[in-house]
Design a protein around this ligand. Structure first.
Ligand code: URA
Length: 302
């Protein structure tokens, strides 16, 4: 597309628009080998060779930010040597797209995918303390003292792990607990709960910072809203609202099938579907690996 050079340079990250004008006036910008000093000059990066101080200006790639509600049984890596279904099978094919962090194959819930490496690093780094909220179904009901131990921290093998928040959200013979953490250690929720005597039989991640699973059924994905991307970049800033909103929301239980502990899929996932959500391009939410349908791609299991 034909655009003013100042705009092209600013979007490609060379400088602000005003700074780009300065670069042009200083004779440091060329188009197809010619120095361009006239400020209204236009160019098309698909056709023209534009350079600043001899460095080729490339069109910035479109950045993509998705959230997927990973079903149980799906692997959260880009590919799987055992040829199981991966999160990449459930989202559109976008060059350079990768999942941020991991969820165990048996864990359901939110996983972010992007092609923006700087964003992924920021969201994963413990320094920015992006809170992750989990719902875990555990054996027996943790008492107040156990929840306090989780908050104070527990040494598990060589790791010291603690939660920011812990509460029981549904209790019968067994219980559902809600834990909020910001670290991201390997199997942290299962190891923590196991260490205090409550083995986990089901685990779901229901929020990452301001992004919640509301309206997103397992197997569905959607694009992140600009304010969610901004909130994730800000990290623990309370203005991102993640902790506050979740703390205020009372989880709702599903109707209980006779005598069994209800699964608190809570208001986040039981809400009506968001029109921005998409079901997977190649599979239902069954967790089974789909046949590949496109000509020119490998079919069947990878
Ligand atoms: N903690 C776990 O134990 N498993 C997960 O998948 C995520 C957090």
């Amino acid at each position: 597309m034909d655009e003013r050079l100042q705009k092209i340079l600013a979007r490609a990250g060379f400088s602000s628009r005003r700074g780009a004008e300065q670069l042009m006036l200083e004779g440091r910008v060329t188009r197809n080998g010619e120095i361009v000093k006239e400020l209204g000059t236009r160019a098309d990066l698909d056709k023209d060779d534009v350079r600043v101080d001899g460095v080729r200006v490339k069109a910035p790639k479109a950045l993509v930010y998705l959230v997927l509600n990973k079903p149980r049984g799906v692997v959260s890596t880009r590919s799987d040597p055992e040829r199981r279904q991966t999160v990449m099978d459930l989202v559109p094919r976008v060059a350079g797209l990768f999942p941020i962090g991991r969820l165990d194959v048996t864990t359901e819930g939110l996983i972010l995918l992007t092609n923006d490496g700087a964003f992924a690093e920021r969201v994963s780094h413990p320094r920015y303390e992006v809170p992750r909220v989990y719902h875990a179904k555990v054996h027996r009901v943790p008492d107040a003292e156990t929840l306090e131990r989780l908050r104070r921290g527990v040494r598990v093998e060589s790791d010291f792990m603690a939660v920011d928040r812990a509460r029981v959200i549904d209790a019968d013979n067994n219980a559902w607990v809600e834990l909020t953490l910001h670290e991201g250690k390997h199997h942290e929720v299962k190891r923590l709960l196991e260490a205090v005597g409550h083995s986990v039989s089901k685990l779901r991640r229901v929020a990452i910072g301001p992004v919640t699973s509301r309206g997103l059924e397992p197997g569905q994905f959607r694009a992140l809203a600009p304010e969610e991307i901004e909130g994730l970049r800000r990290g623990k800033d309370p203005a991102s609202g993640a902790l506050g909103r979740l703390a205020r929301r009372r989880p709702r239980s599903r109707p209980r099938p006779s005598g069994r502990t209800a699964a608190p899929r809570d208001s986040q996932t039981s809400a009506p579907r968001d029109s921005r959500t998409h079901t997977p391009r190649a599979a239902g939410a069954s967790g089974r690996r789909p046949e590949r349908r496109r000509a020119g791609t490998r079919s069947g299991r990878r």
